[in-house]
Design a protein around this ligand. Structure first.
Ligand code: OAD
Length: 250
């Protein structure tokens, strides 16, 4: 099938010989799986819901039931979704590049379900829960029908293991992301609006350290003018094309 996606030759050549590649993904990579993004004008979650009422520690304190139910809705949405060709192309990249680091802001677990072996989760994972008091990962008791259910160890409410506004990112994940970004030859920013910190700094760290920075996004972001290559298009089309051209035998 003929498509209009133009993958720069220079990029294919560099990628073929690259030893160290880092990829940062955002909600856009899961858009073609039917998972809504956050900031797209009509369909983004933050166009329909107010983050301060649903995605902050204060919101959970004020109305734990509302927050839990919103996450239950999102969990159901995500569990019904399937990885798309964009996720699957990243699995191929992981197999082809000797030192490959996938960093995601997504909490949907679709990279893992596609088959990515190592995923640095900057904002947690919606499939897990943790104790709202101790921060330890916990599974609710099967008999606990509470909304939210309680921590089986201490009785506090359980909450999703995701990073809310105003919270710090998991230290280890951030450290790994930082290290990989500062030490790669090619850095990809895929399907992210590149406005949420500290993730938005990662491409700049890579660029400063001498990496080629590539953005894949059908829209413009604050990063678009700074990157070496902006590839305009949905990641579910661009990534398979790029992977096939780089490693035709895959
Ligand atoms: P955003 O919703 O801010 O941005 C999604 C980006 O994906 C936009 O730039 C779109 O143009 C792009 N996009 C849409 N469809 C696409 C497609 N098919 N292929 C490629 N790109 C596409 O989502 P994030 O940048 O991930 O944080 O948002 C960052 C963080 O803000 C999220 O992790 C979340 C949110 O608040 C927390 O929940 C902590």
């Amino acid at each position: 099938m003929q498509n209009n996606i133009d993958i720069p030759d220079e990029l294919i050549k560099i990628l073929r010989g690259a030893e160290r590649v880092a990829v940062l993904t955002g909600a856009g990579i899961s858009a073609e799986s039917g998972v809504p993004t956050f900031r797209d004008a009509q369909t983004g979650l933050w166009a329909q819901y107010r983050p301060e009422q649903l995605a902050t520690p204060q919101a959970f304190q004020r109305d734990p039931r509302l927050v839990w139910e919103w996450y239950t809705w999102r969990r159901n949405l995500v569990s019904a979704a399937k990885p798309n060709p964009g996720h699957r192309s990243i699995v191929i990249m992981e197999k082809r590049v000797p030192k490959f680091t996938l960093i995601t802001q997504n909490v949907d677990g679709l990279h893992q379900r596609a088959g990515s072996q190592v995923v640095v989760e900057l904002h947690g994972n919606i499939e897990r829960n943790k104790c709202s008091r101790e921060g330890i990962i916990r599974t609710p008791d099967a008999k606990d029908k509470g909304i939210p259910p309680r921590c089986p160890a201490c009785g506090s409410y359980l909450r999703p293991d995701v990073v809310w506004f105003g919270e710090s990112l998991p230290e280890q994940a951030l450290e790994r992301a930082w290290r990989a970004s500062g030490n790669c030859q090619v850095f990809f920013s895929i399907g992210t609006s590149a406005v949420v910190q500290p993730a938005a700094t990662l491409p700049l760290i890579a660029q400063e350290a001498g990496a080629i920075v590539v953005e894949i996004n059908p829209g413009e972001t604050p990063l678009s003018r700074q990157v070496d290559h902006h590839i305009d298009g949905p990641s579910g089309l661009v990534l398979p094309e790029m992977v096939t051209q780089t490693w035709p035998e895959s």
